[in-house]
Ligand binder design. Sequence first.
Ligand code: CTP
Ligand code: ZN
Length: 164
Amino acid sequence: MVNGLSEKDSSKIRIVKIKDGTVIDHISAGHALEVLGIIGLTGKEGNVLTIAMNISSSRIERKDIVKVEDRILEDEEVARIALVAPNATINVIEDYKVVKKTRVQLPSTITDVVRCPNTRCVTNKEREPIHAKYQVVSQKPIRLKCLYCWNHIEEEDIVAQLVD
Ligand code: CTP
Ligand code: ZN
């Protein structure tokens, strides 16, 4: 018991509910900052951000949560989140209620997000570079294949690029 609450209840109220915005829940523990990186949130945009890391959860042992107030994510941003948090759920909150809940899902192809590690790839040309496009060839661990040079990109390289 903590302050008259069971341990389960006290972990639930550790972070406050939001009125409007997006809750990215069930992020694999320790990966919240990568999620922020992948959707390009730095904290300087002005939106109220709540980040909780390594909190206890029933569905997965420990999890991270990111709450972004007054912001709805684009479909493409949701797809990118799947690269670093494959079990995440995206909850759209309106007037304190969850009005939409979706599970992130890796698309079969991804555009941009990461650079092809092959320096001679056409997507890395300094003049008239073309947008990088990758096929998702493996989900666990994630592996992408560049559709221009067929180079493979491993999960750890993807994550390293997303947080630098
Ligand atoms: N949430 C929030 N603000 C609200 C409503 C919900 O921050 N006004 C958060 C909750 O704290 C939770 C997530 O949004 O982290 C999803 O809320 P809800 O669907 O009510 O919780 P669960 O049923 O536990 O979700 P799930 O089944 O996806 O685990
Ligand atoms: Zn390439």
